[in-house]
Design a protein around this ligand. Structure first.
Ligand SMILES: Cc1cc2nc3c(=O)[nH]c(=O)nc-3n(C[C@H](O)[C@H](O)[C@H](O)COP(=O)(O)OP(=O)(O)OC[C@H]3O[C@@H](n4cnc5c(N)ncnc54)[C@H](O)[C@@H]3O)c2cc1C
Length: 477
């Protein structure tokens, strides 16, 4: 179809490379107007009272939008910023600009799909064409060897099937230039809001953070460069990925992937290049393996729709969860009295990030040891994580909560054993729980087993300087 003027509506795809919607719009030869709409619903409080988007992710989002605008300006375009409901504002803007098409990325979860439907309906009624593009996964949805409704419930089956029968498409290049309308035609380009607009405060600088996460495509590409090429960490990823401290035990790509600042295919191509130029081993494969997990949760979300947010999950489990606000609050604040859990929860609270090992442990503790509603945990993560991704978060929580598609019946994490295996000397706990720092070695993981004299010499009074444990974890480790 021949279009005269196309709106490219950016969502969780804040990049200019491997951006099919932008690339295809530019290819048509039409005038192209990139647009982003700040949707206030993303910042509203949840039923539990947390902001849906907390300050770490909000800051990262604002930086990403700014970087996208800069990159689009470099290509001869700009990014028009709107505020409100995209299904209303993008349409009004398209009408005002006499655009005849809107291009955008396809999403999978309920809230986004509702927005898509309303936008498409409104566009149709105004005679504006819409085209959506699937561009968030490693494997393209059209290349899967099964229809989405038949996505295997077990990850290994899913992985083996896609690895055998599908291949990863090449990335789209960055458009060489954008045919942007002349200034006289355009309304004001709009300003980027600040955190105050959404009642959020600037996060405080935290020197213990694994790294500084700067939002945007440029920073995401720099991170790939640093992790793969400068620090040369990919070749050891499989051995280091369960680490807890510092930037390089894992890729830290998640925040950029979540907002689409970098695409999984871009990472894949860099892995292939690394394998050719540096080394190919189990570690280089393993990073791709993890990206397949990401695809898998996205497709499971698409397959099961709103069920992934239901208390019974996709297994329709009976609701027998506890809803004790005080206990839940102690978990959120990192005050459970179980140091490995508290260290991880404090890292999340003070930095917006937590390792995969940490996430599995604190989630298991909440659902298995405290018996608290898994959706509360997922909701807190949604607010707090800098890399929150609707499918990866709710999919993983369903898994840990035992209401997802895990073939294993009980995914219980023995916290002390985990602490022993992954933080044997207690350095991670010491980093985030300074009030226990004087306890030597692994003993820091179980202060309740120390004598009064030992505690006293470390300056610890349980129930005073550090909480008594909420659960009895005595046992094997
Ligand atoms: C309870 C729980 C909640 C989670 N919530 C999120 C979330 O909201 N957003 C998110 O991106 N990840 C989530 N994860 C998955 C995982 O913990 C993070 O992706 C990972 O820790 C991010 O660090 P990284 O980029 O260094 O990962 P790496 O180990 O370097 O992995 C590379 C990439 O693979 C993907 N990946 C790795 N593990 C998983 C996984 N288990 N599920 C899906 N994708 C994965 C991520 O995109 C990650 O960036 C969650 C895990 C658990 C157990």
């Amino acid at each position: 179809m021949n279009f005269k003027r196309i709106i490219v509506w950016f969502r969780n795809d804040l990049r200019t490379r491997d951006q099919e919607a932008l690339y295809k719009a530019c290819q048509t030869g039409a005038e192209v107007i990139p647009v982003y709409c700040f949707d206030h619903r993303h910042f509203e409080p949840t039923a539990l009272g947390f902001p849906k988007t907390g300050n770490y992710r909000a800051k990262f989002l604002l930086e990403s939008v700014k970087d996208l605008r800069d990159n689009l300006i470099d290509l001869g375009g700009n990014l028009i910023l709107l505020r409100g409901k995209p299904e209303v504002e993008v349409i009004t803007f398209a009408e005002r600009m006499e655009a005849d098409a809107i291009f955008f990325s396809e999403e999978v979860s309920a809230e986004e799909l509702n927005v898509d439907k309303s936008l498409e309906k409104a566009a149709w009624s105004k005679g504006i064409a819409t085209e959506s593009f699937w561009q968030s996964t490693l494997y393209h949805i059209d290349d899967l060897p099964f229809p989405v409704s038949q996505t295997p419930e077990v990850f290994t089956q899913f992985r083996k099937s896609v690895e055998k029968m599908a291949s990863v498409r090449s990335t789209y290049p960055q458009p060489s230039s954008i045919n942007f309308p002349s200034k006289e035609r355009l309304p004001l380009e709009g300003t980027i809001p600040d955190l105050n607009t959404y009642g959020l405060e600037e996060p405080e600088a935290e020197h213990r953070s694994v790294m500084q996460f700067d939002g945007g495509e440029s920073a995401g590409l720099r991170r790939i460069q640093a992790y793969f090429w400068e620090e040369d960490r990919l070749k050891a990823y499989k051995e280091t990925r369960n680490g807890l401290i510092g930037a390089d035990y894992s890729s830290k790509f998640s925040a950029w992937l979540a907002l689409g600042c970098i695409s999984p295919r871009t990472i894949y191509e860099e892995v292939k290049r690394y394998e050719k130029e540096r080394k190919k081993n189990q570690s280089t494969y393993w990073l791709v393996f993890e990206l397949i997990w990401r695809d898998y949760f996205r497709l499971i979300c698409k397959k099961h729709g709103t069920r992934v947010f239901h208390i019974g999950g996709i297994k329709h489990q009976k609701d027998s969860w506890r809803r004790d606000s005080a206990d839940f609050q102690r978990w959120c604040e990192g005050m459970t009295g179980v140091p490995f859990v508290d260290a991880n929860m404090r890292e999340l609270k003070y930095s917006g990030f937590m390792s995969n090992r940490g996430r599995q442990n604190v989630a298991s503790f909440l659902v298995n040891d405290l018996g608290i509603d898994w959706t509360w945990g997922a909701s807190y993560f949604e607010s707090q994580l800098i890399d929150y991704d609707v499918c990866s978060n709710w999919g993983n929580w369903m898994y840990v909560g035992g209401v997802g598609n895990d073939p294993r019946e009980n995914r219980y994490f023995n916290i002390l054993r985990q602490g022993k295996n992954y933080d044997g000397n207690g350095d991670y706990v010491r980093l985030w729980i300074p009030e226990l720092a004087a306890i030597k070695g692994f003993d820091i993981h179980h202060p309740w087993e120390l004598s009064t004299t030992e505690l006293k010499s470390a300056g610890v009074i349980l129930g005073d300087t550090y909480p008594q444990t909420m659960v009895d974890l005595a046992g094997v480790y």
